[in-house]
Write a protein that binds this ligand. Structure first.
Ligand code: ADP
Ligand code: MG
Length: 396
């Protein structure tokens, strides 16, 4: 399993191993053979090996505020379901409590397996990604349970997701909370990008928010982001709202900039309370919404754009170049918000700023310098001056 598990991990390393990833994603028959060879038991073994390694001890109560439940035997009987939390693209998520661990509340992400198919590739990918990502702003994977019929991930339970949170507030968030959320989003993403791991499916539904204002990235599962599937296995429509124009235009040469566009969209959505580019139909409609707001790209504004696969098809109407702040005046009311949003929402991916530059942006100048030197597993709220003030419910 040693070299095989390494193979799986390498598939998540974006730049250097893109060829490998492409082959395994596109060649269905080879993929099926490969998939059969992967043993979930092997993944589980490597998960427990990691948590018992002397160099990476399991998280303590102080570290992440949770009781460590890595010691469970990986048995479904150890958990009792309380209610359903969400139905995603290929899994159902339940709130549950651990019977063996002082009733610790957890989230069970349950994937039903078809016997001849074995574990889905996306699930294997999520497991191999998450075991590496121990960070205060990334949802913690406690355990993984494999039975004949299902594969279940046991995650720390987080109160809600950003989509529901925004809905509950009836729209936009207080500017100081937007600042705290955005910083945490960038912090979690920075940790991933440093390891050359892309999230690939950033959207409010995949961002969890705790009652005390902690933000955690979740759902590292989209293995086929590149081909932009229009439907998932469960025929749920995949949202294109957070996809960047280069990917929508058919570029396969993407990297961390893919996630940065999503960050920009989510930033604006938290401020205005409305999705920035809510396309209703296909990728062309999605692109048209972007171009109406920012202008249709040309070779002058974005060198190389005309050679992208769908350029001719999608860039038919020529909308005038505009700045984001003219379309969304609310951005100008918050110091430096328009500048940061514009730098994140650059259509040319080469001009889009990365996590590191974003975190040092003037927009965050109200945060104390110590936010940049926290240990990975420390919450930003360990800094006494950073206080989360919950929104009054329905602030409209
Ligand atoms: P999918 O891959 O099927 O989209 P997700 O991991 O995004 O699955 O989970 C679907 C939904 O379940 C999320 O949008 C969120 O509302 C809820 N959810 C997921 N993980 C947790 C968690 N750890 N704690 C609380 N709720 C969660
Ligand atoms: Mg999801």
């Amino acid at each position: 399993m040693g070299s095989l598990s390494l193979d799986i991990e390498n598939m998540n390393v974006t730049n250097e191993h893109k060829d490998k990833l492409e082959k395994s994603e596109e060649t269905t028959s080879r993929f099926k053979q490969f998939k059969r060879r992967i043993s979930i038991k092997g993944i589980k073994r490597s998960l427990s090996r990691e948590s018992s390694s002397p160099t990476s001890p399991p998280p303590s109560l102080e570290e992440n505020g949770n009781v460590d439940i890595c010691a469970t035997q990986g048995r479904l009987e150890s958990y009792k379901k309380i209610c359903r939390l969400g139905e995603g693209s290929y899994a159902t998520v339940y709130k549950a409590h651990s019977i063996t661990n002082t009733n610790q509340i957890v989230a069970l992400k349950e994937i039903h397996l078809q016997e001849e198919e074995g574990a889905p590739f996306t699930a294997i990918r999520e497991a191999s990604l998450l075991k590496k990502l121990k960070h205060a702003n990334i949802v913690r994977l406690h355990d993984i349970i494999h039975t004949k019929k299902s594969l279940t991930f046991v995650f720390e339970y987080v109160n809600t997701d950003l989509n529901t949170h925004l809905e509950n507030q009836g729209g936009s968030l207080h500017p100081s909370n937007v600042c705290l959320f955005l910083f945490q989003l960038l912090r979690g993403l920075d940790f991933c990008h440093r390891q050359l791991i892309l999230h690939r499916d950033l959207k409010p539904q995949n961002i969890l928010i705790s009652e005390n204002g902690e933000l955690k990235l979740a759902d590292f599962g989209l293995a086929r982001a590149k081909s932009i599937p229009s439907k998932t296995y469960s025929h749920e429509v995949v949202t294109l709202w957070y996809r960047p124009p280069d990917v929508l235009l058919g570029s396969k040469d993407y990297s961390i900039q893919l996630d940065m566009w999503g960050v920009g969209c989510i930033f604006v959505e938290m401020i205005t309370g409305q999705a920035l580019f809510p396309g209703m139909k296909d990728f062309k409609d999605q692109l048209e919404r972007i171009f109406k707001t920012l202008g249709t790209p040309t070779e002058q504004s974005w060198p190389g754009v005309s050679s992208l696969r769908y350029y001719k098809e999608a860039c038919v109407k020529s909308y005038r170049q505009k700045s984001l702040r003219t379309s969304i005046p609310k951005l100008c009311k918050i110091p430096w918000a328009a500048e940061l949003a514009e730098q994140l929402l650059q259509m040319d991916p080469k001009r889009r700023i990365d996590t590191k530059v974003s975190m040092l942006h003037q927009y965050f100048s109200s945060l104390p310098p110590s936010v940049h030197s926290l240990p990975h597993t420390s919450s930003i709220y360990n800094i006494p001056s950073l206080v989360y003030r919950p929104e009054p419910s329905n602030n409209n």
